[in-house]
Structure formats: structure tokens, C-alpha cells
Design a protein. Sequence first.
Length: 214
Amino acid sequence: MTDFAPRVATRTGQHGRVDHRQEGKVVTTPAFVDAHVHATATGLALTGLDLHGCRSLADLLGRVEAFARSGRGRVVLGTGWDDTGWPERRPPTCQELDRAAYGGAVYLARVDVHSAVVSSALLAAAPEARSAEGFDDGGHVRLEAHHVVRRAAYAGITSDQRRVAQRATRARAAALGIGSPGDERAGGGRPGRPGGPALPRRHRARPGGPGLLG
């Protein structure tokens, strides 16, 4: 079973089971239940810019630039950077993010997700952040200022991005053997989390992913 499970084609079935398929064989196992899932926020982390493993400030800025080019003006949402092991020993400034993202909006959550670095364009969309606790002129925001800019970043998400993110959450849940995630309505009631409607009913029980409860 250890050899079998990680290989491709995992499908969430009915009645709390997960079917693992490989080379014409099927193994059915009990599915896990996750009662607290932020379907949109989780999906945005899965589909956004992955900064785990960045080895330097220059590495991060290069990834931001490449992602910004492919995003065609959409807000750059990233997560996972950790400057403690970088040779520069510091996060990027908002001016550096401005250059890397061609002036676009950038929100990059640190690995602990309790702070972030943001671009000037995003700060312009959330001017109230400047008077909030945890604001820094360099663009590294914490505490209430972090919540403010995060709300502004997620407000720029398109409906297509939201749908793609929610589908990514379902697919990832199925791959992990989670058959009944509880949809927390995309964090709509929590400060600074991506708001919006719960996962549409048509996504709650489709082949290829688990139905979300909520």
C-alpha cells in the first residue's frame, strides 16, 4: 500500500471513501474529514507564486518578475519566503517589488503568514494601512497593517481566479485522501482573508474531487 498510494489518479468517491487507481487496479480506503477548509485561500496558495525554497533576495525577485509577466496585470499573490537564510538577510522593499512586477500589485506572505511584503501599487489601493499598527515604509507589513493590505490584495482576485483556486483545493484534498472538507466560505468572516461566496454547489460533489460541506 505504501508503494501504491502516491501514484497518480486519486478519486474521491461517495460515502466517505477514496479510490486510488494505478494500472487498472483500484484500492478503496476510508476518507479523512477536514472540518475547517478555506477553499479559496487554500487554492490561491496552491495556484499562486510558491516562494518556498527561495535561496536569496535576487531569487525571489526573479520569480516575481517571471510570475508578473505570465499574469498579465493580475495581482501577484505569493507565499513561503523566509529571509533568515538569505545572504542579504532582509526581505525585499516595495521599490524592489515595483521594479520586479513592472509596477503591478504584489502581496507576498512570509512563511509564517503573519507578515508580508507588498508593492507600492498595493499600498496605494489600501492607504489606511499607513496608519495601522505594524506598517513599515519599506513595505514589510505586520499586525493590523498586514490584515489591511491582505484584504486589498484579495479584493483584486477575478472570478476566474477564484474558480481555479477552488478547483485546486478540491483536487489537492482528493490527492491527500480527504473526502469531506468543510468549506469555511473562503474566510469571508475573518479579517484580511479572501471573502466571497462559498464554493458553488456544482463544485460540492463532482467526479475527481470531494464535495465540500458548508
